[in-house]
Ligand binder design. Structure first.
Ligand code: ZN
Ligand code: ZN
Length: 641
């Protein structure tokens, strides 16, 4: 038989070959080549028998699916080890998560002191190098018989929609599971228990409290070491610590998930949005602002009332129901309908930095990363069908320019038509090939997530990479065949006919709040000069220098800088430390000599000491640095060499 591998290579195989045979024939056996496999779009075990014409795609540990299978398999190993140490423990569920996995156990009580023991037992299980075997129970009754001593598994089995029901066994341990898994446990070369916590069974606070154990694993020891190091570094940069330290924002009990931005935080906020608006204006966007609260009828029309209501804040006024917007889109549709439009107006690029609210469970809230109220830097772009490709290129170019200002490299992912979707085959074909064509044109590599698009159209997701190597999905470009239909949007074409425009949703920062948090961690609070909330600080050596310090501050403020004066009675050393703790870009000290010469002594936040400098010279350089939105200071060590 003949199969196709990774969407390019054709491979001839004997009739009874499995995915594992294909991987071996292709020499794809290392974890950075093949950890997981999909056959015709469905994730499978490596023992899966292949058929003529199958599309086989291998994922490495660096792919999302590779990590998921790796970590999911590791969760089973954790459960097996826990059962060996605490035979009375009842395993419940154990999914892979963004970084690693967890497993929840009933009848188990452990503490951090047990982590070592668990890790040793995990090592012992892995050393036995089992190959997980798939079992199938034809119906729920037989599956429940097999798991009769575990009421949690029985409850899960009852909740399943489909039969047969599968389980996997490795050595003495069998677990209810859909799969797929690693082909053998020996691929897990590094394993660490990260923490434990309590968690309710099925997330329901009326049910029993279980013990959750978090872990992470890797195909080699170096990756684990790097990961732990990254966590250490991330802790130092945590925006939830740096934010309050730098007095940028706070979150209060009275508004869970709804941040307060402080004056220094507003400096960053305003710089970010000024920057964004300048770019958008240059790129031909117009901007609107639509109400934060709109009637139920609108949300019914957009579909949010049916599909998104659990995440919306609703209220009643004059016997009419309203909802606070979770998305900006429907408001923009109403704006488009205000006027009639000609084909000549398209592309029509309508931006809105709208304040949206989405309910998130209190347990899920996380600083600025996961909030209930945030600003989305949205735009809705109305185009002719033949403009899809050029408009996508236009957005990708804008994206590239915006992220490069922050020194953020990124990767692109194209998600294609899912099983359940609206629109005709021809619509999807045009949309998908236009998105793909645009990506190919730009020459930036991208990966395809087959079947992962929205039901209303294909999309491109943009994941930025911060200085710690962590990826964050911020930007997205989504083609929408649904909303223009639901809101009967039209334009008048060359031939005088009324036609439906194609619409794109796109964001660059995504959530401005979240992007703000990412930037705090990316820069470790040391913002580039143009967006820094502490640009210049003048320190007086003694009281007699205070007047000069304030006069100098006044002079520098005329060039538009944020300037603080520290005229307290502290020692100069202490004042310098305070300024550096606030990550102040430039620290100017004034004493007798500087007062006499009308100069200042300069040092940077990284303690590069320049000594006495000429003020106008200094100003010329920093104005240039700020206006160019430079990532590098002309006074840093690197810049001096
Ligand atoms: Zn499993
Ligand atoms: Zn939208």
């Amino acid at each position: 038989m003949k199969i196709r591998i990774n969407q390019k290579t054709e491979l001839q195989l004997p009739d009874n070959a499995t995915a594992k045979d294909a991987a071996e024939r292709m020499n794809l056996t290392a974890p950075d080549q093949a950890i997981a496999v999909t056959v015709n779009g469905t994730p499978r075990d490596f023992s899966w028998p292949l058929k003529n014409g199958d599309e086989v795609i291998f994922s490495s540990f660096d792919d999302a699916l590779g990590k998921e299978v790796f970590w999911h398999t590791s969760a089973h190993v954790l459960a097996q080890a826990v059962k060996r140490l605490w035979p009375q423990a009842k395993p419940t569920i154990g999914p892979a998560i963004e970084n690693g996995f967890y497993y929840d156990f009933a009848n188990l009580s452990i503490s951090e002191a047990d982590f070592d023991r668990i890790e040793k037992e995990v090592e012992a299980v892995i050393a036995e190098n089992y190959k997980p075997q798939r079992l199938e129970f034809p119906n729920k009754k037989e599956a429940k018989e097999a798991f009769k001593d575990n009421p949690y598994k029985c409850e899960l089995i009852d909740s399943f929609a489909e039969e047969p029901i599968s389980a996997y066994s490795q050595g003495e341990f069998t677990d209810l599971c859909r799969g797929p898994h690693l082909s053998n446990l020996g691929k897990i070369k590094a394993f660490k228990v990260m923490k434990n916590s309590g968690a309710y069974w099925r997330g329901d606070s009326n049910r029993e409290m279980l013990t959750r154990i978090y872990g992470i694993s890797f195909p080699d020891k170096k990756r684990l070491k790097d990961y732990l190091q990254m966590l250490e570094e991330a802790k130092k940069r945590d925006h939830k610590i740096l934010g309050p330290e730098l007095d940028l924002f706070s979150i209060k009990e009275e508004g869970p998930g709804m941040p307060f931005f402080h004056p220094r935080g507003m400096i960053i906020w305003n710089r970010l949005l000024e920057f964004l608006r300048a770019f958008l204006q240059e790129a031909g966007y117009i901007e609107i602002k639509t109400p934060i609260m709109l009637s139920k009828e609108l949300w019914e029309r957009s579909g949010h009332w049916y599909y998104y209501r659990d995440n919306m804040y609703v209220t009643q006024i004059e016997n009419r129901e309203f909802a606070i917007k979770p998305m900006n889109c429907p408001g923009c549709m109403l704006y488009y309908r205000t006027h009639s439009h000609s084909y000549r107006e398209l592309p029509m690029r309508v931006a809105e930095i709208g304040h949206v609210h989405r309910f998130e469970a209190s347990g899920a809230l996380n600083g600025l990363f996961r909030v209930r109220g945030f600003h989305q830097d949205d735009a809705h772009i109305f185009i002719l069908p033949e403009q899809i490709r050029s408009e996508i290129i236009h957005i990708l170019n804008l994206t590239d320019r915006v992220y490069s200002v922050f020194g953020l490299p990124y990767k692109l992912e194209l998600s294609t038509r899912p099983e359940k979707s609206m629109g005709t085959d021809a619509d999807w074909e045009l949309a998908t090939s236009s998105l793909k064509g645009a990506l190919d044109d730009r020459g930036h590599s991208y990966r395809i997530n087959a079947g992962d698009g929205a039901f209303y159209g294909p999309k491109i997701d943009i994941h930025i990479r911060d200085t710690l190597g962590r990826f964050w999905q911020c930007g997205t470009i989504q083609l929408d065949m649904s909303l223009p239909e639901k809101f009967s949007l039209e334009y008048i074409d060359r031939d005088g006919m009324h036609k439906r425009p194609v619409m794109l949703h796109r964001t660059l920062f995504g959530s401005v709040e979240r992007f703000f948090g990412i930037l705090i961690e990316h820069f470790a609070g040391k913002f580039p000069l143009w967006m820094s909330p502490y640009q210049i600080r003048i320190l007086s050596v003694a009281d007699r220098h205070n007047d000069y310090a304030h006069a100098l501050a006044k002079l520098i403020r005329q060039s538009g800088f944020v300037v603080d004066v520290d005229d307290s009675n502290e020692s100069v050393g202490k004042k310098v430390r305070t300024a550096q703790m606030l990550k102040t870009n430039y620290i100017l000290t004034v004493g007798d000599k500087e007062l006499e010469n009308k100069t200042a002594a300069l040092r940077t936040r990284d303690n590069v000491v320049h000594g006495e400098i000429d003020i106008s010279n200094f100003l010329a350089k920093v104005v240039k640095e700020r206006d160019a939105r430079s990532l590098m200071s002309p006074f840093s060590i690197d810049a001096r060499t």
